[in-house]
Write a protein that binds this ligand. Structure first.
Ligand code: 26V
Length: 822
């Protein structure tokens, strides 16, 4: 019998069951007899949400009471499906399984029914989600601020080997996890001009007369910590018209004119921009950035005031992290709010601003560094341009004193690029307005200091530090790999879920234990069978789960070199055809990842992979020995299926190009061996797992630079390497394109003439490492040993560790536990 009070909070199977039924009838408005799977999913989601909301109230309270809170400003969040994660973190899996069984439902089927909010491009957004998970778990008062895109990253379909983009309708069936807060709304001005005036006290002031004003409305999602009471708050802004009707226009009979403003305002949070596309001309993108930043800062000021705080103590209340330069306009916006609105003097406002912000850089690629053409910037944010000019004037004055006569340096440091056209440099704005600047892996931070941010490093060495990325062991092990998690818990106890670094190391002593290895093999095998089932469902390709699963999943980009992987496949194919007795293990090479819609060469790489697959997969000569799969629509949900099934993880970017990588961590944590370059966090992973358990190849970042300085001639590699020549000639002959010699010409041509990403230079050493991987896989016991050691030594790549470093060195925020406010 359940007590009434238990209904929305009780954790017994019976209480959960009753709540599901109640939510089905009274929230979803369905009776069991005709309920669809979606109805049951919604009822279950509401039931889990009920248990979250109890914690929510407490979290809001502690946010208000805590001395300092973390605000993570990010244009992207990729949390993945919520249901399974919430059930795990609330510690209610067993009871929920029982509850659903009593209703004749399969819990796992309901969990996999859920789609995901694709509010990010790739790892940058996923990192933000792992960080919220860790912040909640470490009991830090946290708000993640972002944009509630109506359409997230597109869904990917594959037709005739080509990518087709399909609109992501993640809100089509409603979103049980978000709570709309119409009363938490802010006005965001845009466009117009500025004018000067004298205020009542006769002081000279500037005011912004915007062309239009939109409203941002808070949409909240609770992000639960693992086995703690705390939840982090994910607050996303949706844009709306201030009044949904312009009544004057309406009364004059201009009905459509009146609705137009509503449409224009709602456009701002309509759609996420895909990466890898030239951004400078995109006015809407700048409006998006300013829109969410302004709402977030206004919200922080309001909450601060509610707690009795005044604007002058803003920096003591909040540590605000800028996730890349997308929210960098926050530096100018906080200055505007403090100076224009709160009437704080410039020097003091600047101090508050710098104490508040810190900035994470996520890429060294020059084409990815954000800059806005001045005319466009002025059109959207006239007041902010003036503020940026003033920040720049004062900044350059200081620089001039530090480096007298060094006008070149001044030019490089300036917030304004003065070439033929003028631009606002967002990275420079973020760097000047922050007290801490970090890269996301040791190598990346070093290169940051040496290249892109060198002048800033020389000017402010004390601001720079490294915080290597990490991933949540909850989602990326406990949730996605229950089999392996069970083995780990049996071996070392359950502490590893939160204290991975110390606890999981205990696995080492099992690496030579025959029975343990066998159990390990069985789990991996089971995961591979599960993936094989999905592969056959989605692509029709039947793969052998005994084969080596060699996997590369990530955004498709030339620097990530999916086409180098493809060259290896062709080599293996030729070798197997020529030498049927070749002593290599059967291999299944699996790819996944989206190409930006406007990035033609990336899309061609997808076609290239699928074309190779079409030839290889039906060739009886290599049947059962080589299969190629492009798994469509790689996202968080598919990732949860893919990482646990990998034997070999492909991390093969050109050294110096991948800032960190976090997929590399997910694979290794799930027992895959890495074949990789000395790039991003690969360097640290290799050190951690031991070089003997990591297949390294290729030029180092320095060697790449040197090679290019000397003058790289890729065609020489082609001429000198017989096998490479054969492969490239085969592609050119139209062998993989039904005789079409032109189809892959753009790819081949780039490789032979310029090869910006040095595929041909790295080809021989990549092949050698692949051969080594194949040989190693044949000795099962040794492979298992390496796999176990990988997992045992990956504890340091938990996002909990990253967050602790941010807390200690940048944010200076205490856990609610430590401050005793609970
Ligand atoms: C943006 C663009 C835009 C224009 C053209 C090419 C291009 C290429 C990449 C990007 C991404 C910029 C920021 C980003 O997503 N960085 C990723 O951040 C992850 C989390 O720190 C990190 O693991 C990845 O290595 C890094 O690429």
């Amino acid at each position: 019998p359940i007590v009434r009070e238990d209904l929305r909070t009780g954790l017994t199977a019976e209480a959960i069951k009753n709540d599901i039924l109640e939510n089905l009838v009274y929230v979803q408005a369905r009776i069991p007899k005709i309920a669809t799977r979606n109805d049951w999913y919604m009822a279950l989601a509401y039931t889990v949400r009920d248990r979250l909301l109890e914690r929510w109230g407490m979290a809001i309270e502690s946010l208000q009471q805590s001395s300092r809170a973390v605000c993570y400003l990010s244009a992207e969040f990729l949390p993945g499906p919520h249901l399974g994660n919430a059930i795990l973190n609330l510690g209610m899996y067993e009871q929920t399984k029982e509850a659903t069984a009593r209703l004749g439902l399969d819990l796992d089927a309901l969990i996999s029914h859920e789609g995901e909010p694709g509010l990010g491009n790739g790892e940058l957004g996923r990192l933000a989600a792992c960080f919220l998970d860790s912040l909640a778990t470490l009991e830090i008062p946290t708000i993640g601020y972002g944009i509630r895109y109506e359409f997230g990253i597109f869904d990917q379909e594959i037709h005739d080997g080509w990518q087709r983009e399909v609109t992501d309708k993640w809100l089509a069936f409603g979103n049980p996890w978000e709570i709309v807060r119409p009363e938490i709304a802010y006005y965001v001005p845009l466009g117009g001009y500025t004018e000067t005036y004298y205020d009542r006290l006769g002081r000279f002031r500037v005011r912004w007369v915007p062309e239009r004003v939109v409203k941002g409305i808070a949409h909240d999602t609770p992000i639960p910590g693992y086995h703690v009471e705390n939840v982090a708050l994910l607050r996303l802004w949706k844009s709306e018209a201030c009044e949904s009707f312009d009544f004057q226009a309406f009364n004059e009979g201009d009905y459509y004119g009146a609705v137009e403003d509503k449409v224009a305002s709602e456009t701002i949070s309509k759609v996420l921009y895909p990466n890898d596309e030239p951004i400078p001309g995109k006015e809407l993108r700048l409006s998006q950035q300013f829109f969410f930043v302004s709402c977030s800062l206004q919200d922080m000021i309001r909450v601060h005031r509610l707690g009795g705080g005044v604007p002058a103590t803003f920096d003591r209340r909040y540590a605000v992290q800028l996730n890349d330069t997308h929210p960098a306009i926050a530096v100018a916006e906080l200055m505007r709010l403090l100076v224009d609105k709160q009437r704080i003097d410039w020097e003091r406002a600047w101090e508050i601003t710098r104490n508040t912000f810190s900035y994470t850089n996520h890429t060294l690629l020059p084409e990815a560094l954000e800059k806005w053409p001045l005319p466009l910037f002025r059109k959207v944010l006239p007041r902010h341009l003036e503020i940026i000019f003033e920040i720049n004037r004062r900044f350059l004055e200081d620089v001039r004193l530090t480096y007298p006569g060094d006008s070149e340096r001044l030019r490089r440091l300036s917030l304004i690029e003065e070439a033929d056209d003028r631009y606002v440099r967002m990275a420079n704005l973020a760097a000047v307005g922050s007290h801490a600047i970090n890269g996301v892996a040791a190598l990346h931070t070093d290169l940051l200091k040496e290249t892109v941010m060198r002048d800033f490093y020389e000017l402010y060495p004390e601001r720079f530090l490294n915080v290597t990325n990490g991933v949540s062991p909850r989602r990326w092990m406990l949730l996605c790999n229950p089999g392996m998690s069970g083995l780990i818990t049996d071996a070392v106890g359950e502490n590893w879920v939160c204290n991975s670094q110390d606890s999981i190391a205990g696995l080492e002593s099992f690496a030579d234990d025959g029975a343990f290895r066998e159990a390990w093999r069985k789990v991996k095998q089971g995961n591979k069978m599960e993936l094989a089932r999905h592969i056959s469902e989605r692509t029709g390709i039947v793969v052998n789960p005994e084969s080596l699963f060699d996997i590369q999943v990530k955004r498709i980009h030339e620097y990530k070199r999916q086409h180098l992987n493809a060259l290896h496949i062709i080599s293996l194919y030729i070798r197997l055809k020529r030498t049927p007795s070749l002593d290599v293990p059967p291999r299944t090479v699996i790819f996944g990842g989206k190409a930006a819609p406007g990035y033609a060469r990336a899309k061609l790489i997808i076609k290239f992979i699928n074309s190779i697959a079409d030839v290889v997969n039906i060739d009886p000569d290599v049947a059962d020995r080589l299969k190629v799969v492009f798994f469509p629509d790689f996202n968080v949900k598919n990732g949860q299926l893919i990482y646990p099934a990998a034997d070999l993880s492909e991390q093969i970017s050109t050294a110096g190009k991948e800032a960190s990588g976090t997929g590399n961590m997910k694979f290794s944590l799930n027992g895959a061996l890495t074949i990789g370059t000395l790039d991003g966090a690969n360097v640290e992973i290799r050190e951690a797992v031991g070089p003997e358990n990591f297949l390294v190849f290729g030029l180092t970042a320095r060697e790449v630079t040197d090679l290019k300085m000397r003058g790289y001639r890729p065609w020489e590699s082609y001429e000198q390497n017989e096998e490479l020549r054969e492969i490239i000639d085969l592609v050119r002959s139209g062998f993989f394109s039904r005789g079409d010699r032109d189809l892959f010409e753009p790819l081949v041509n780039e490789l032979l003439s310029r090869d910006e990403y040095c595929l041909l230079a790295d080809y021989p050493s990549y092949l050698e490492a692949q051969e080594k991987a194949g040989k190693a896989y044949l000795v099962q016991g040794q492979w298992l040993r390496m796999s176990i050691l990988n997992v045992a030594r990956m504890g340091g790549f938990s996002s909990d560790r990253s967050i602790r470093e941010y807390l200690d060195h940048i944010w200076k925020v205490d856990s609610l536990k430590a401050s005793g406010s609970r």
